[in-house]
Design a binder for this molecule. Sequence first.
Ligand code: COA
Length: 385
Amino acid sequence: MKVGIDRLSFFIPNLYLDMTELAKRRGDDPAKYHIGIGQDQMAVNRVSEDIVTLGANAASKIVTDEDRELIDMVIVGTESGIDHSKASAVIIHHLLKVQPFARSFEVKEACYGGTAALHMAKEYVKNHPERKVLVIASDIARYGLASGGEVTQGVGAVAMMITKDPRILSLEDDNTFLTEDIYDFWRPNYSQFPVVDGPLSNSTYIESFQKVWNHHKDITGLTLEDYTALSFHIPYTKMGKKALQSVLDQADEETQARLLARYEESIHYSRRIGNLYTGSLYLGLISLLENSQALKAGDRLGLFSYGSGAVSEFFTGYLEKGYQEFLFTKEHQEMLDKRQAITVDQYEEIFNETLPQKGEQAEYSSTVPFSIYKVENDIRYYKQY
Ligand code: COA
């Protein structure tokens, strides 16, 4: 039985900052941001948007009335949790009106959480083929104003419906994974921002990819020639390319050119959004599917997921016939194009805004579909505008 991604969609806030403006303000050469790091724009969220609203907005595009009755699990992969105890998935389950006899919970392991959720969903649907699982990867990637990682920040969520006989991507059962206890990026409980060893995270990302890729090759016998495209976790768009380049000498020239061309198609959206942490790999997959004219049904795709700390995984899937019809290409491109550019001053002001704490109250108005409209007694209240 085939199981995999039946629908997938992303959501981002309607504000963005141009990286040339940020580079100038920070006294850096804009070429470092655009070429060296590979980021052109950064998505910026208002304080009334959190991982719940982002996730609900991404999922509302793919959840139908029929789905609401068939979803048995809502799983959110995130590393920007809004509560140490209660899972955002419980609130999203409510906002989306999913039938009550469902499981809802969060999964955490840095940027890998969405992948853990996806494969948990796949295993569940294999055992319960008539049921569906909603997987959401939602994050607000923040490193701090004027920090080393600031240029890679981003905001957004990806939602995926996992079913039998999927209409977009069937997942194979050939995953290889790796766990190594290291400190390249982590966020202590007291801290709003992560502690990051940039060079260690870069080198561990590449080495992890090589390990899971080579292990996968040994187990399955599949080589680079067998893939139409490889999709990577994209903390910034140069990162995945470095990992890809590190194994390209295993392939003939035609394969090298093909994989590099497909990689460029997979980073269109990330260049304009930034890092989505748990959602980045899947934003890259959406970008590839929606921007490539070279893909066709039956093509094998390889996906590399990396979460600092560190857990990584390589897995594969096949494109289904007619998958293009089930994408949201036009809607996604309009969402990107209709955003409003903000100045660095506006960005810094929005960045420093916080929700009320210790029981204080505040109210918000919004034009974003699902938003926070009130905070009271330490509860965030959400509604659909
Ligand atoms: N024009 C073009 N390229 C330039 C440039 C210029 N004027 N100035 C610098 N660059 C290039 C550098 O050569 C380098 O390229 P390379 O990596 O191919 O050698 C790149 O821009 C980055 O420069 P670097 O000096 O290494 O940047 P940095 O010290 O600001 O650190 C990160 C970059 C990514 C480590 C930092 O942004 C970070 O910590 N990010 C968060 C962690 C992360 O995303 N990790 C990824 C794995 S999860």
